[in-house]
Design a protein around this ligand. Structure first.
Ligand code: AMP
Length: 286
């Protein structure tokens, strides 16, 4: 598929800022998709929607060291720049921002963005400093890419909540667009980390999406008690050997505070380990 103009690959901050400023002066609307690379259809769905929402679309690939609370997770995070570039060109990305870590965090770097309450529960409780790292890098990327609209996947639901809160609280002049989770045909939410699952682990991982469907089914049939729903979810997740539940929580989709009853739209958020691979999934139960 040819789009006429080759994708710009930019790795320096002033160059990216200059590129975006020039597009803004031309009156172009900039859509932005931040990623950590090893791209799959989930990422590409965001880029395609970005192309519909903006005149130009910028994607960043940066495996952000400050959001990893485990060095091993950072070290083993999958990377494949050549394939990513190919996929991004195919969907018509205008510019790829691909900085090195010292460009983003030069010596003396000491500023952080902390989004308080919504960063605390769920993943925040198990990955200390994670959302501080995410909010800091995303704030920085917004100042570098200067987008009018930024797209985020609901697969990382808490991340969407944290970023929306940050944008509101710090008056960033842009729109955040959450996008639905893209799944494999058998239900597994797409994730760069899925590549690290063994064939047996890949089977086990299906318990996550099964547990979500089961919970939705219970609520559809009239169950309202969070404890009852969560117990069923736990059973489904652990029935197959090899899955270790990190958390299963029913909470308010904006405040992320736990609910004891499903009386309105509620977020069911799950995190589990399959071997040494950490997976998350969620859905909003109506
Ligand atoms: P990551 O590279 O994992 O940091 O993800 C970059 C962006 O893609 C984030 O906004 C994610 O929420 C989003 N994303 C990752 N996986 C999916 C998926 N399966 N469906 C939709 N969006 C996704």
């Amino acid at each position: 598929m040819g789009w006429g103009v080759a994708m710009q690959i930019i790795s320096h901050i002033p160059e990216m800022q200059h590129w975006s400023e020039a597009k803004r002066l031309e009156g172009k609307k900039i859509a932005f998709v931040p990623t950590m690379g090893f791209l799959h259809e989930g990422h590409l769905s965001l880029v395609r929607e970005g192309k519909r929402r903006g005149d130009v679309v910028v994607v960043s690939i940066f495996v952000n060291p400050i959001q990893f609370n485990q060095q091993a997770d950072f070290a083993t995070y999958p990377r494949n720049l050549e394939q990513d570039c190919h996929l991004l060109e195919e969907v018509g990305t205008d510019a790829l921002f691909f900085p090195e870590a010292p460009e983003m965090y030069p010596e003396g770097f000491q500023t952080a963005v902390e989004v308080d309450n919504v960063s605390r529960p769920l993943c925040g409780a198990f990955r200390p400093g994670h959302f501080r790292g995410v909010a800091t890098v995303v704030a920085k990327l917004f100042n570098i890419v200067k987008p009018h609209v930024a797209l985020f996947g609901e697969k990382d639901f808490q991340q969407c909540v944290v970023i929306k809160r940050m944008v509101k609280d710090l008056s960033f002049d842009l729109e955040i667009l959450p996008m639905p989770t893209v799944r494999e045909p058998d239900g597994l939410a797409m994730s760069s980390r899925n590549a690290r699952l063994s064939p047996a682990g890949r089977q086990t991982s299906l318990c996550l999406s099964r547990a979500l469907s089961q919970a939705q089914g219970l609520v559809t049939h009239g169950e309202r008690c969070a404890a009852t729903i969560l117990q069923a979810v736990h059973e489904t997740m652990t029935r197959e050997s090899g899955m270790r539940v990190e958390y299963a929580s029913l909470c308010h989709p904006e405040t992320l505070e736990e609910v004891s009853e499903v009386s309105g739209p509620s977020l069911l958020a799950l995190a589990a380990w399959v071997g040494d691979v950490r997976l998350i999934d969620n859905c909003v139960i109506e």
